[in-house]
Design a protein around this ligand. Structure first.
Ligand code: CA
Length: 341
C-alpha cells in the first residue's frame, strides 16, 4: 500500500531540458501557520539514458557535495547529457542552513530516518519522499558526504555493502569509477536506516563519499569530488567518457579498504581533551598507542591512553578536542578482501 505524502513540487520529472525549483513539504510551526519547507530540486534531462539521483546536504555540516552539485546544476547544459539527473544538493535543508549534522527542526539525523514516514516529523517526511517517490525513478544514486563537524576523514569513495553479488559488482564498478584516492566499504555497523542502505534495497547502483570534514571546505576534497561525480556520470553513460589523462591512475588500481566493524573504532573512555599521536594516513597496529585524553582541570592525574583495535590505515579522527565517554576518536580502515570484480 502506497504511503501518502503531502509534499508537492513545481518540477515535472518527465520534462526534457533543465528545471530548477523546489520540493515543498507543508510545515506548520509557531512562526508560519500554513508554510512549507522548501528543498532545492533540479532536473536535467535529455534524450534517453539512465536516471541518476545526486544528493548532498543529508548532513548540513558537510559541504563539498552540495558545492559540487550546485556547480553541476548551474553549469551543465542539457544537450551535454544523455539521460536524467535529479539533483538534491541540500536535501536536509534546515540542517544545511544551520551548518548542523542534525535537523534543527526535529533534532533528527536524517541518515538514521530511512525509509522515513510521510506522517512523521519533517526529516522523516523528507526521507519518506526520497524513498517513495525519488528512488523508484532512479537507476543510480550518489550520496555525497564528508566527515562533518566532529570527524576528519581521508577523501574517499564509499561502497555500501549488499548481499546480491551482481548488485555488489555494479556498485563497486561505479564507486571505482569515482576514482577517489581511497575506496572504502562501509556498513555503518550494519545500520539499515541510511540513505545508501535504502537505495541499495531499492536496487539502485549506489555510490557514497566521505570528503574531508571538520565542518570546513577542503580544497583537496572539493577537487576529488568535482572530478569524481563527473567520472561516475561518464561511467553510467550520462556524460561522454572523459579524455584519458596519463597523470591519473586508472580506477581499480587504487587502494580498497573496509571498516572492519567495532574493532575499527576507538571511542573515548573518559571525559577530557583528546590528543592524537599520529596523523591521518598513518599505518597503525592493533594494541598500538593511538592518543590520549587529558584531564585539564585535574593536572596531577595522568592522561588516559587510547589504543587502536585493528591493523590498518588511520582513516578518520575526531576534530573537537573536548570528548565525553563514547565519542568516536579514531577510525581505522583495514584491507578489503571481498569480491570486487
Ligand atoms: Ca555524513
Amino acid at each position: 500500500m502506497a504511503r501518502k505524502s503531502t509534499a508537492f513540487t513545481d518540477i515535472d520529472f518527465e520534462k526534457q531540458g533543465k528545471q530548477t525549483g523546489f520540493l515543498h513539504i507543508p510545515h506548520s510551526p509557531h512562526e508560519d501557520a500554513w508554510g512549507v519547507t522548501r528543498i532545492p530540486l533540479a532536473v536535467i534531462a535529455n534524450g534517453s539514458g539512465p536516471t541518476v539521483i545526486l544528493q548532498g546536504g543529508c548532513h548540513g555540516d558537510e559541504y563539498e557535495g552540495p558545492i559540487v552539485l550546485g556547480e553541476i546544476l548551474r553549469d551543465l547544459d542539457p544537450s551535454s547529457i544523455q539521460g536524467r539527473l535529479i539533483i538534491l544538493p541540500a536535501i536536509n535543508v534546515a540542517a544545511v542552513e544551520m551548518g548542523r549534522r542534525t535537523s534543527p527542526v526535529d533534532g533528527l539525523n536524517m541518515n538514521r530516518t530511512y525509509p522515513g514516514d510521510p506522517a512523521g516529523t519533517i526529516t522523516q517526511q523528507i526521507s519518506a519522499y526520497v524513498t517513495d517517490v525519488i528512488y523508484p525513478m532512479g537507476d543510480a544514486f550518489l550520496d555525497l558526504h564528508s566527515g562533518g563537524s566532529s570527524l576528519m576523514i581521508l577523501p574517499s569513495a564509499i561502497v555500501e555493502p549488499t548481499v546480491d553479488p551482481e548488485h555488489h559488482k555494479r556498485n563497486v564498478a561505479a564507486v571505482l569509477a569515482f576514482d577517489a584516492p581511497l575506496t572504502v566499504v562501509v556498513d555503518n555497523l550494519g545500520e539499515a536506516r541510511t540513505s545508501t542502505a535504502t537505495s541499495v534495497r531499492a536496487g539502485l547502483t549506489t555510490v557514497g563519499t566521505e570528503m574531508g570534514g571538520g565542518g570546513t571546505v577542503s580544497l583537496d576534497a572539493l577537487k576529488v569530488c568535482r572530478q569524481g561525480v563527473r567520472n561516475v556520470l561518464a561511467h553510467l553513460g550520462v556524460l561522454p567518457a572523459p579524455e584519458k589523462s596519463s597523470a591519473s591512475s586508472p580506477a581499480g588500481e587504487r587502494r580498497i579498504l573496509k571498516i572492519p566493524g567495532p574493532s575499527g573504532y576507538v571511542f573515548a573512555p573518559t571525559s577530557g581533551v583528546f590528543e592524537s599521536f599520529h596523523p591521518l594516513g598513518t599505518m597503525v597496529r592493533a594494541g598500538q598507542e593511538a592518543g590520549r585524553v587529558h584531564h585539564l582541570t585535574d593536572p596531577a592525574r595522568p592522561p588516559e591512553i587510547l589504543r587502536f583495535g585493528a591493523d590498518g590505515l588511520l582513516y578518520g579522527w575526531r576534530q573537537p578536542g573536548r570528548v565525553v565517554p563514547g565519542n568516536c576518536c579514531f577510525v581505522v580502515a583495514v584491507p578489503y578482501e571481498g569480491e570486487l570484480k
